[in-house]
Design a protein around this ligand. Structure first.
Ligand code: NAD
Length: 453
């Protein structure tokens, strides 16, 4: 290992542990191992590959408490979230363990023979993960990639490598052969960038900031390398006057402050129809003040600290004159920030436009349906969003009108492992999860066999 990295507990600012980071030479060696392992992994019988993925899922479930504790200490995630995240990895593995025996091609009618397609694995897949949801986002890449017969090299974020390293160990314990799934902690500019430039890595799955994602896409162009991008967001939570306004207000804190707002799906712009704006704000204030920001190890915690001092400083820049009200936060050490509600004067405001990635939400009124859609779409992003209305026709019209990948009506949930997830516009390219994700880890090969004598 060329360098070390100090992992800090964000709730206490104490040194949690120190880990080694891979240099370029070690990254190349791991990629070479992955390329070699691919030649045998792709040949494993579909049923056997499926069994290994299920064994991996079982291992993860057996270690859910341990994995959750790792995430609490490394990332400051609340106990409830961290357990959900460990379970999500097991669920994603189980879901895609059904894929190897169902990786169907097609038989297409042609004259003079038979034509069929095969879904071939790509080779080594590089998965680059951000720090906000280290476990689930890793598994959304590695589970379908492995199921399709690829080997995986995975780079966790510098700040949050620990749960991924443990998942790599559990994979081996579960019987996934050596070098089929390798976790390579290291710097983005070293390990991550090598996934982009190394010719043996045939696809890059990147989740992170839009800025870095654009660079990855440019880099992949050199080798026409396959790429999936899951990038930033600035999602709208649109509340119409005919909605259950109290319910929308009660659930709005969770929709933006979950994971301290460090969520690409955070509904960080709330749009409320003018006639119910004051009513919404009154209920919203009650809900924000009741949102529990506390020691993430407690089962009662709704929100923990931000991930780092750097993130704290960057989020703080957005909090100025427009604060309508805030929630609470603990005193003392840790990167704690109170949930903060802003009422920007107009749509040019920085807080209204930029992804803050912290517990800060902006609320603005709208006039009518057309205005709501226009304001919701007035962003370069398009990842998720919510619509609150009791009018089914309106729910359909607005769902069609908002340019975003994942919408919920009368709910704020965006992520289910069996439904597709991804962004419109600059929120990304491609889709993860759901029934079609495995296709993104295969190439379609067409074969014609002549029946001529
Ligand atoms: P980031 O872009 O700084 O880093 C993401 C990952 O890329 C890290 O592992 C980092 O080491 C690596 N990296 C950095 N520079 C690189 C380079 N030049 N080449 C290769 N890899 C490089 O993002 P972050 O700060 O870790 O995460 C926050 C961002 O992620 C937010 O913008 C958020 O919206 C986004 N995000 C998107 C989704 C989604 O599904 N759309 C999900 C989670 C997070």
């Amino acid at each position: 290992m060329s360098a070390t990295y100090d992992v800090i507990n964000p709730a206490t600012e104490e040194l949690h542990t120190t880990i080694g980071q891979l240099d370029l030479e070690q990254t190349d060696a791991a990629i070479a191992h992955g390329a070699k392992a691919f030649t045998t992994w792709r040949e494993v019988a579909p049923g056997d590959r499926a069994k290994m993925l299920r064994a991996f899922a079982t291992k993860v479930s057996e270690h859910r408490e341990e994995l959750a504790q790792i995430e609490i200490a490394n990332s400051g995630h609340t106990l409830g979230n961290a357990l959900w995240e460990a379970d999500n990895v097991a669920n994603v593995l189980n879901y895609y363990s059904a894929a190897p025996e169902r990786l169907f091609g097609r038989q297409i009618p042609v004259p003079g023979g038979i034509d069929f397609t095969i879904k071939e694995p790509l080779g080594v897949v590089g998965v680059i993960v951000p720090w906000n949801f280290p476990m689930p986002i890793a598994s959304w890449g590695f589970a379908p990639a492995l199921a399709a017969g690829n080997t995986v090299v995975l780079k966790p974020a510098e700040l949050t490598p620990l749960s991924a390293i443990r998942l790599g160990e559990l994979a081996l314990e579960a019987g996934i052969p050596e070098h089929v799934f390798q976790v390579l902690p290291g710097r983005g500019s070293v390990v991550g960038n090598r996934f982009v430039t190394h010719p043996s890595v045939r696809k890059v799955v990147f989740t992170g900031s839009t800025e870095v994602g654009k660079g990855i896409m440019r880099g992949c162009a050199d080798q026409v390398k396959r790429v999936t991008l899951e990038l930033g967001g600035k999602s709208a939570n649109v509340i119409f006057a005919d909605a259950d306004v109290e319910k929308a207000a009660a659930s709005a804190p969770g929709a933006v402050f979950d994971n301290a707002g460090q969520d690409c799906c955070a509904r960080s712009r709330i749009l409320v129809e003018k006639s119910v704006f004051d009513k919404f704000m009154a209920h919203f204030e009650t809900a924000v003040k009741a949102f529990r920001v506390e020691d993430p190890r407690l089962a009662t915690a709704d929100m923990g600290p931000l991930i780092s001092q750097k993130q704290f400083d960057s989020v703080s820049e957005y909090v100025g004159e427009n604060v309508a009200f805030t929630g609470s936060k603990p005193d003392g050490k840790g990167y704690w920030m109170a949930p903060t509600v802003l009422t920007p004067k107009n749509t040019k405001d920085r807080a209204w436009n930029e992804e803050i990635f912290g517990p800060v939400v902006s609320v603005m009124p709208f006039d009518n349906e057309a205005d709501a859609i226009a304001k919701a779409n007035d962003t370069e992003f398009g990842l998720s969003g919510s619509i609150w209305t009791r009018d089914t026709g309106r729910a359909l019209r607005v769902s069609r009108g908002i340019e975003t990948g994942n919408l919920s009506v009368n709910s704020n949930s965006s992520v289910r492992y069996w439904t597709p997830f991804g962004g419109f516009k600059q929120s990304g390219l491609g889709r993860e999860l759901g029934p079609d994700a495995v296709d993104a880890f295969t190439e379609v090969k067409n074969v014609f066999i002549s029946s001529a004598e």
